[in-house]
Structure formats: C-alpha cells, structure tokens
Ligand binder design. Structure first.
Ligand code: PEP
Ligand code: MG
Length: 315
C-alpha cells in the first residue's frame, strides 16, 4: 500500500467499493498523446485542439488537421478520445480569427461563438475529425466549448452528426449552461464540466488574475452548486457528465466530484495516479459525505477544510 501502490497501479478508476469513475488525460498535441502512459489512462477526456492553431497565420486545412487527429486516435488505440473543437479567444487568442479590439474578450466572440463570424472553421474541423475517424477506424467523441444555450448545443449537435460523428457533447463552463443542463443534455450525448471557466464566470473573476485567486477557488460553494446541478441532470437523463477542468486533478476535489456522481475525471496525465489512489482509498459513501460537506460550507476555505477532515489520512 501507500507509495508503492500509487506508482505501480494502472487499473481503471474506481472507489474502494467499486464505483467506476473513468480517469482520462487532458492533451494539446499529437506528441502529448504519443507520450501518454496509455496503460495508466483510460483515454483522453479533453483534446485542446486550439494548440494546433496557436502559431498559425491561417487556419490549418482539413488534411493537416485530419493527419494530427488521426495520430491522436492511433496513439490511444481504441480508448475514448474527446476532441474539443476550437476554443479561440480571450486567454487563447488566434492571429487569424480573434478580434483584437474586443473590450471584454472573455465575454466576447470566443469558443463556439466563432461560428457566427467564421462558420467554415467549425465545418472544416468537424470534417477533419470525421476523416481521422474513418482513417483509423475509431469513434472519437467531439464537444464544443463555451456553450451558453440549448439552442447552441442543438446547432452544434446537428453539425457534428451531419459530419458523421456519433458521440456529440458540449462543455458546461458558462453558468447559464449549468442552470439549463437538462435542456442542454436533451440535445447531446454527454457534457463535460470546464471548472476553470465555470469558476471564472460564476465568480466574475478573471482566471488569469492571481491576486483574485481566493474568489476563483474551485471549492467556492456557488461553483460546486452549479457542478452538482449539472451532474444531477445527467443522472436524471442517463447521460454521462464528466469534469475536465483543474478541479479533477485535486485528489480531494476528485472525491467530492465522485460523490456528486460524475462519470469521468480528465486532468493532466501526471495527476492521474494520485487521483486513482485517492478514489481507491474511499468508498462512495465517504465521497458523498465529502461532497455534502463541501457544498454546505459557508466558504471555499471551510469547504476544503471540512472535506479534508473526512479524507483517509494516507491520501
Ligand atoms: C475549463 O475551462 O475548465 C477547461 C477545461 O477548458 P480550458 O481550460 O481549456 O478553457
Ligand atoms: Mg474553458
């Protein structure tokens, strides 16, 4: 047990009493995928495709994109891969598409909203993902960032299915999407909570402003309430709700999210062993108690402390 088990264990994610939670990796490039310790990950829960576009002066074409996506799918050898469509704007500006003069770029034309001004970016990307799927014989999942309404989820799902993609979802990272999770889930096959942006928009706090880190704390009960509302909608509709923001990488928060009922946790690959060990050390009943303690706390600080008091001493 202890450290040896932590390093050696490559099993699927599950609580001490066998409640399964998929442990997935966040990646940004084909090299990331090729370097993943695939025996220790159950797949990719967030492929940030914008990394492919960051230094480009124009959008990479369908063939270039397809080649990269095919490399990622091949590297994962049949495991789940969730490809996120371009999330440009705000903290991820792109030379060829981001408007430089937006006064509030985090609230502007970013993520899925680019479809308004550059619809061909999305259609080319979806076609390239479908090309990679048929080339590798794999069935990638695809999701859109920055969805705010059920109508946007519906439009994205229509476009993705028309391209031939079969597992279609959206990110829940805007409070309106969490509040309308039921209506959004009715349009798609799954959702993934982006807790970085969800915290930013719930707390009205720039995710890049270090001096406001206390407000951006992922244990803020208001953020957890929106996470819980989304997970409850997923359980009601029988559709998977994952988390792919930083929250998933904190072993104690991972226990709280598991207690709420998330079906997958996606994080940087290096965080997976610690989260796997934390899960394996706690039964679901304790995870539920941790979630309740965090949500009923009066502040992020109290919530984290209450959660820690319920954690096994070795974790
Ligand atoms: C998030 O917002 O939590 C997320 C996973 O996406 P990104 O960090 O790429 O915005
Ligand atoms: Mg985000």
């Amino acid at each position: 047990e202890g450290l040896a088990a932590l390093v050696a264990d490559t099993g699927d994610g599950a609580t001490a009493d066998g409640h399964a939670v998929q442990l997935l990796a966040n990646i940004g490039t084909a090299q990331d995928a090729e370097r993943l310790p695939v025996a220790g990950v159950q797949g990719v829960g967030l492929f940030r495709t914008e990394v492919l576009f960051l230094d480009a002066q124009s959008a990479p074409g369908r063939e270039d994109q397809a080649a990269t996506y095919a490399r990622v799918l091949a590297a994962l050898g049949g495991r789940k891969v969730v490809v996120r469509t371009l999330d440009a704007g705000a903290d991820k500006p792109l030379a060829f598409v981001t408007q430089a003069d937006e006064e509030n770029p985090a609230l502007g034309v970013r993520g899925y909203r680019l479809v308004r001004s550059a619809p061909e970016l999305l259609s080319t990307q979806l076609a390239a993902i479908a090309d990679a799927a048929s080339r590798t014989g794999q069935d990638p999942w695809v999701m859109a960032p920055m969805i705010a309404t059920a109508a946007e989820a519906s439009a994205f799902a229509t476009a993705a299915r028309r391209a031939g993609l079969r597992q279609v979802g959206v990110m829940v990272e805007v409070p309106s999407a969490a509040l309308r999770a039921r209506e959004i889930l009715a349009e798609v096959d799954f959702v993934s909570l982006g807790t970085n942006d969800l915290a930013q928009y719930t707390m009205a706090t720039d995710r890049l402003r270090g001096e406001l880190a206390d407000l951006l704390d992922l244990w803020q009960p208001a953020v957890l309430d929106l996470v819980a509302a989304t997970v409850e909608a997923g359980l009601e509709l029988g559709k998977p709700v994952g988390v792919c923001g930083e929250s998933a990488a904190d072993p104690v928060m991972a226990l709280a999210l598991t207690g709420m009922g998330v079906s997958s946790l996606s994080m940087s690959a290096t965080a997976i062993p610690g989260v796997r060990f934390a899960l394996r050390s706690h039964p679901m009943a304790v995870c539920r108690r941790i979630a309740e303690a965090a949500r009923s706390a009066e502040s992020a600080e109290h919530g984290r402390a209450a959660a820690l008091r319920l954690v096994e001493p070795d974790v």
